[in-house]
Design a binder for this molecule. Structure first.
Ligand code: ZN
Ligand code: ZN
Length: 368
């Protein structure tokens, strides 16, 4: 279940070193690290029931409670001194803070927790909002992470082959979703990386459709959006299939979305803002007159979490793509009451552009 934490001590200390460098810019004396993904990334610990304090002076401390004593000993990077907190974790964290300016994650910390922390540290510590620092580091993947994401994507490619062999016609969306998640686990996945989407016919026009107790009819399209969590890392891939012979309109929309998806893949390059990549793919759909039928962003970062930095979208995607970013490219066209098409690949940004992790065919497959 919980496989070896950080690949080796070098990875852990390199990441720690980068965090210390980041503390200089907002001039922080320390940073509180919390949340499952950030903790795992920095310390190797695979639960959210812990916290870490990384100080500018070079010390790094990890705190958890009695239940995780053994797990922490096995997983946490030796660069961290470990402490088992008897009472409230927040109290332990407060005690571990050096005096001065300390950054906390203002995105993940609740108002309640912040008030309690303020009460505990008093005048000794100035708490400074510093959310997103670790997320910025996590956005650039190292070789070990890329390998894991590629493996999670390959597992899903295999699931698509398996699905196509079994066919969709007459089967209930919810049953298809359950069975494919079961098959994923049999093939080694820890879990699906999000609730699987199997949406046929007019239901396919809902980008985040919940699978229904409804049989998939022949003569419709079915959109399948799935991902696997493998060794801590997520994958994400969407394909749309024709169940029986598709209508002329379905074929036309499919080819349009595919053209936009290929344009998006083509556009991915280091140095480009996420919103510029989004715009290049979106233009294909807009030029065909379906701009208002593509209401979501082009893509998102994927890693320890299914949605992370950077984003490819119209808004809030000023972040420039960098070599080592892993993003999805997933345009869609949704015709309410009629049909929906989405095609999604997972890619890594390299110096020459996008390298795909998803390899399952994007030709419109007509399946049973
Ligand atoms: Zn997806
Ligand atoms: Zn996605």
């Amino acid at each position: 279940m919980s496989s070896a934490s950080v690949e080796d001590a070098t990875v852990g200390s390199t990441r720690l070193e980068r965090v210390r460098e980041m503390l200089a810019e907002p001039s922080l004396d320390a940073l509180i690290v919390a949340g499952a993904a950030n903790l795992r990334y920095l310390t190797g610990f695979t639960s959210s029931d812990g916290g870490a304090v990384i100080a500018a002076d070079g010390s790094a401390r990890f705190l958890t409670d009695f239940r995780y004593q053994t797990q922490a000993r096995q997983q946490v990077d030796p660069a961290f001194t470990q402490e088992i907190v008897a009472g409230e974790l927040l109290e332990g964290l407060a005690r571990a803070l050096p005096p001065g300016r300390v950054g906390f994650d203002d995105v993940a910390t609740s108002v309640h927790q912040l008030a309690r922390l303020r009460e505990l540290v008093g005048e000794r510590v100035e708490l400074v909002a510093a959310g997103g620092l670790i997320e910025r580091l996590r956005a650039v993947k190292d070789a070990g992470e890329l390998e894991r994401i590629a493996a999670a994507a390959a597992l899903v490619d295999g699931i698509y082959e398996w699905l196509v062999e079994r066919g969709f016609g007459g089967r209930q969306e919810r049953v298809v979703a359950l069975e494919l998640e079961h098959e994923m686990r049999l093939r080694g996945a820890d879990a699906p990386s999000f609730g699987s989407i199997v949406a046929s016919g007019a239901h396919g026009a809902l980008p985040h459709a919940e699978p229904r107790d409804v049989a998939i009819e022949r003569g419709t399209l079915v959109t399948v959006d799935i991902g696997a969590l493998l060794d801590g890392y997520c994958s994400d891939c969407t394909r749309t299939f024709a169940v029986g012979e598709p209508t002329a309109q379905a074929r036309e929309i499919y080819q349009l979305v595919l053209a936009a998806q290929l344009a998006g893949l083509d556009a991915v390059a280091p140095g480009l803002e996420g919103r510029a990549v989004d715009a290049l793919a979106r233009a294909v759909i807009e030029d065909a007159g379906y701009g208002e039928c593509f209401g979501h962003g082009l893509g998102h970062g994927v890693g320890l979490e299914i949605h992370e930095a950077p984003r490819l979208a119209r808004h809030g995607a000023e972040q420039v793509l960098r070599v080592g970013n892993v993003v999805t490219v997933e345009p869609g066209v949704y015709l309410p009451g009629t049909l929906g098409v989405r095609i999604e690949d997972l890619v890594v940004v390299e110096a020459e552009g996008a390298r795909r992790f998803s390899h399952f065919t994007k030709e419109l497959l007509v399946v049973e």
